[in-house]
Ligand binder design. Structure first.
Ligand SMILES: Cc1cc2nc3c(=O)[nH]c(=O)nc-3n(C[C@H](O)[C@H](O)[C@H](O)COP(=O)(O)OP(=O)(O)OC[C@H]3O[C@@H](n4cnc5c(N)ncnc54)[C@H](O)[C@@H]3O)c2cc1C
Length: 628
């Protein structure tokens, strides 16, 4: 991601990887499916970051999970959202994530050097000068991004090399400990339950006698301890305490849905109903079967004892153990089984706005090599994407902006109403892998915001002030465009007549139009886009790579509209439709603000005698020509 954004930023980039292929760790993420991010706002990501969330504020702002998904979608990776907003490739293949990034960097001309390890970062007068490698000698560079990962799963290449580079530049390293890892328990009986997964239990974690964590969820037993989602979280929250010898007690409530009293009543009922059955049989209905022998051992009651001879005291003890089954976690698993490394390059020595080292100019850090880590759910990869992206984008170059503009492609499609602009624009965007910017939806989202914020639409000043503050993005999920307003997906709320009327009203305000045009231009600076409207080539994107003026005769457009009405079972009059279209054309062409014009550098495509496929084919041809 760092190489991608750096190249996008207009730089010549060399990606040096010591493995025989790129992104080896990505292949094993998310159990081979790669949970590449969590579909939530940057602020929500930060709530799940355990070490140094504030440091990540700028990077999450620069590339939020929504934008990350956009980047991957634009690189041809189709994504889906699963439970807990976890994002995965539709294919369920982690390798497709790597392939998408590879496609992205190759398209931008990034050179890749495999099977080569960086051994040192060379500097001169406090500035990066290049890197020393084991096989390719010294490689000169104006800037170096260190994205060498942590220490977890060293077989994937993350062997902590970056810490050594950082130390040699004067950085300090916050001690590293394995995190998001299973815990070893004092109790060896866990082995008898190896592989058993407990769903919907409540876990309490005591650190030196104090309850520090309480959560309902899932955990499992391993051959020498415990693991699973709840335990991984515990390992992350208390990794340091564990490493420094604190006493960690895990208390498992196997019946979180019942109070102690309710559970005692249930036990009494079971013992009465099964008075001639043995305790181990009765327990089989209360805990998973592989847990029964362990449970009986821990409770110290004869498992063959019949239900009718269990004493009240014994019943209470059984109830208490069901509510509070304790294990002592004595240590965390090692780096070779930890999902993440806690600790790393001290973030106090890195500029959070750029990821540049505060010890050495021209050296940047990204990802797990730094002292940042998060819980499971796609957050750790998001940290890597966001910090990598920010590092790449931050490398200075006076002509960055110009270069970036030149590297993105924008297609502007203007034309009169009913010429098929939006159909063609969406299809062209989908097939070229560009982002389709639905400008109408953006006005609607603003209208929706103003209605929900109870802002008087007639008060132009207030409307403009509010519009200037909102954060608006469009993005694709499963091939459909979504509109994200201040981090929330409002797609489902903006198609009402009320919102349409508000959108139409505010679009008459010049300042509102300017705000949106500015936003649309920024989108076109950062991504390849297709935009349709009436003033895209003339006002919004006067420097668009390709301008199309899509038109069709009034007769043909009227016929198309007529057929649509007939299909929808609505009564209509062809002559009246024709008249309406003529009037609309006249209005659009003569309006004061951004009238419909066919700019001299636009390619006129007359679709009167063409079907959708033919029009698209012509646009693809023109796009190829324009890119060339
Ligand atoms: C089993 C497992 C499952 C995971 N699942 C998920 C998940 O589903 N979602 C999630 O968000 N996170 C997950 N993570 C965490 C996530 O994979 C990491 O946080 C993320 O990969 C860190 O990215 P990075 O680029 O900083 O480092 P890495 O991915 O570790 O990449 C560092 C790269 O640098 C290379 N390198 C190192 N030193 C040198 C050198 N000297 N010269 C040249 N190259 C070098 C390495 O070979 C490696 O390719 C998982 C981790 C593991 C271990």
């Amino acid at each position: 991601m760092a190489a991608y954004s750096c190249a996008k930023n207009g730089h010549e980039v060399l990606l040096i990887e010591k493995n025989e292929k790129l992104g080896k760790k990505i292949y094993i993420t998310g159990k081979g499916r790669c949970n590449l991010t969590n579909y939530s706002s940057g602020a929500d990501v930060l709530k799940n970051v355990v070490s140094n969330p504030k440091f990540l504020y700028s990077s999450m702002h620069q590339l939020s999970p929504y934008e990350t998904v956009d980047v991957f979608n634009s690189l041809g990776l189709e994504t889906k959202i699963e439970r807990g907003n976890r994002v995965f490739p539709v294919s369920d293949h982690a390798s497709d994530v790597t392939k998408a990034l590879e496609k992205g960097i190759r398209a931008l001309g990034v050179k890749v050097l495999l099977n080569t390890a960086v051994t040192d970062i060379k500097t001169e007068n406090g500035r990066a000068k290049g890197v020393k490698t084991d096989k390719a000698g010294f490689i000169e560079a104006d800037a170096v991004i260190v994205a060498t990962g942590g220490l977890s799963y060293p077989s994937t290449g993350s062997t902590g090399d970056g810490y050594g580079f950082a130390v040699s530049l004067g950085h300090s390293i916050v001690p590293t400990v394995p995190s998001l890892v299973g815990l070893k328990t004092k109790e060896t009986f866990v082995r008898e339950m190896e592989g058993l997964s407990l769903k919907n239990i409540k876990l309490k974690c005591y650190v030196d006698g104090k309850v520090r964590y309480k959560e309902q969820g899932e955990m499992l037993f391993t051959h020498n301890g415990v693991s699973g989602p709840l335990i991984l979280t515990v390992s992350s929250l208390f990794a340091r305490e564990m490493a420094s010898g604190s006493k960690i007690i895990l208390s498992i409530d196997l019946k979180p849905g019942l109070s102690e009293e309710e559970l005692d009543n249930r036990l009494l009922r079971d013992m009465t109903a099964m008075s001639n059955k043995s305790l181990k049989n009765i327990l089989g209905g209360l805990v998973p079967s592989s847990m029964v022998p362990v449970f009986i051992n821990v409770i110290g009651i004869d498992g063959d004892k019949k239900g009718n001879s269990i004493t009240i005291k014994e019943r209470r003890r059984i109830g208490a153990l069901l509510k509070d089954f304790r294990l002592e976690a004595v240590r965390a698993g090692g780096f070779n089984e930890a999902v993440i490394t806690k600790g790393g390059v001290n973030i106090k020595e890195i500029d959070p706005k750029t990821m540049e080292s505060l010890k050495c100019k021209g050296v940047y850090f990204a990802g797990e090599v730094m002292d940042v880590d998060a819980l499971t759910g796609g957050y750790n990869l998001q940290i890597a994407w966001s910090t990598g992206y920010l590092a790449g984008m931050s490398i200075n170059n006076t002509s960055n902006r110009e270069k970036k503009k030149m590297s993105t492609v924008s297609v502007a499609i203007d034309g009169p109403a009913g010429a098929g602009k939006s159909t063609i624009a969406k299809r062209v965007a989908r097939e070229l892998g560009y982002i389709y910017i639905d400008t109408g939806a953006m006005y609607r989202a603003m209208g929706y915001f103003l209605i929900t914020a109870s802002i008087d639409l007639d008060d132009e000043e207030k409307v403009v002030e509010a519009c200037g503050k909102i954060d608006l993005k469009t993005k694709y999920i499963d091939g459909l465009q979504h509109v994200i307003l201040n981090g929330n997906d409002v797609t489902g709320f903006i198609r009402t007549d009320e919102v349409g009327a508000a959108a139409s009203k505010i679009s008459a305000y010049k300042k509102v139009r300017e705000i949106l045009v500015d936003l649309q231009r920024k989108m076109a600076e950062n991504d390849n886009v297709v935009m349709d409207g009436r003033d895209i080539g003339s006002v919004v994107l006067p420097n668009a790579t390709l301008k199309i003026y899509l038109t069709a005769s009034v007769e043909e457009r009227a016929k198309r509209r007529y057929n649509e009405y007939v299909l929808a079972g609505q009564e209509c009059d062809l002559e009246q439709i024709k008249k309406d279209i003529e009037e609309r054309d006249h209005r659009d062409m003569t309006r004061e603000n951004s009238p419909l014009v066919c700019v001299p550098d636009a390619h006129v495509v007359d679709s009167s005698f063409m079907n959708i496929d033919e029009v698209c084919a012509e646009v693809f041809r023109l796009a190829e020509e324009a890119k060339g």
